[in-house]
Ligand binder design. Structure first.
Ligand code: C2E
Ligand code: CA
Ligand code: CA
Ligand code: CA
Length: 278
């Protein structure tokens, strides 16, 4: 038994070393990727559930790795956070998204999305120059601050006083904040009024069960009600079916996002998608 335990310990140590090796390989490659044009941004439309109009787009980062192919943000945002590279990745996405937003304004006029949503990562918040950097990008691109929405998760927004202050400083620039993945974190409906957010994004895990679970229907409906009473806008994430869109519209959820409307699209794809709409 002792021997087996020893082997297991060695296997464990080996697995840890292997994990660390892969991690540092990814770290080095990500460091390079930021400067080698391997990162790019795709855009997912956010649509009004009332009238079908394109209200916004959410910018989502992608990494085209020369060997590994397309790497999902789920597989590198965490490493970017741990290594501090998130500051550069975040700045890249924000700059790129704001520039693209202004291109669409010029190209499509009133048909262009009126809002650009960009994800903010936990690791970006404590960075002392965050607010100045965001202000500089808005200024450089000529965007109106109200056309930018930053998305933070519940666990980020519900953190300490310093984080809350930082979020309020961001809002003071004139942009709006959305609470991402609502329902998956630990802040409850009851504590929503304390968070400096304007929009609530209902997590996909609730939307995907709307058709099959009464419990989830009730939860989503109450979430929309409470949001309304706090004058927060609601966006449902991960809408994949007509039925889900219909139920959410009936609950008076404001906007929807999901494969039912469009997947995250490259710029040319987005232009074609927009042109094809009535
Ligand atoms: P998120 O912010 O919750 O973004 C929504 C995710 O759901 C996206 O995954 C999107 O492609 C996916 N999605 C949208 N509609 C549907 C649907 O109908 N069905 C399903 N199954 N999925 C749908 P993606 O692009 O892989 O991003 C995953 C997460 O990675 C994001 O979740 C966000 O937390 C993070 N992320 C992505 N881009 C960025 C970025 O530029 N900065 C930061 N900090 N995080 C990012
Ligand atoms: Ca998001
Ligand atoms: Ca989300
Ligand atoms: Ca999510």
């Amino acid at each position: 038994a002792k021997r087996a335990g020893g082997n297991r310990a060695m296997e464990f140590a080996h697995a840890l070393r292997e994990q660390a090796r892969q991690r540092s390989a990814t770290e080095n490659e990500l460091r390079r990727a930021v400067h080698a044009d391997e990162l790019f941004v795709v855009y997912q439309p956010v649509v009004s559930l009332r009238n079908g109009r394109v209200e916004a787009v959410e910018a989502l980062v992608r990494w085209r790795h020369p060997v590994r192919g397309l790497v999902s943000p789920v597989d590198f945002i965490g490493i970017a956070e741990e290594t501090g590279l998130i500051v550069e990745v975040g700045a890249f996405v924000l700059r790129e998204a704001c520039r693209q937003f202004m291109r669409w304004q010029r190209q499509h006029g009133t048909r262009a999305p009126a809002l650009m949503a960009v994800n903010l990562s936990r690791g970006q918040l404590p960075h002392p120059s965050l607010v100045d950097d965001v202000a500089a990008i808005i200024e450089a691109t000529g965007m109106r601050p109200g056309q930018l929405q930053l998305e933070v998760t519940e666990s980020m927004a519900a953190q300490d006083a310093a984080v809350q202050t930082r979020l309020r400083d961001l809002k003071r620039l004139g942009l709006t904040l959305a609470l991402d993945d609502f329902g998956t974190g630990y802040s409850s409906l009851a504590s929503l009024h304390q968070l400096p957010v304007d929009v609530l994004k209902i997590d996909r895990s609730f939307v995907s069960q709307l058709e099959t679970s009464r419990h989830h229907r009730v939860l989503v409906e109450s979430t929309v009600r409470v949001a309304q009473s706090l004058a927060l806008r609601t966006v449902a994430e991960g809408i994949e079916t007509e039925a889900q869109a219909g139920m959410l519209a009936a609950m008076q959820c404001d906007k929807g996002q999901g494969y039912h409307f469009a997947r995250p699209l490259g710029v040319a794809e987005f232009d074609a998608w927009l042109q094809a709409r009535p």
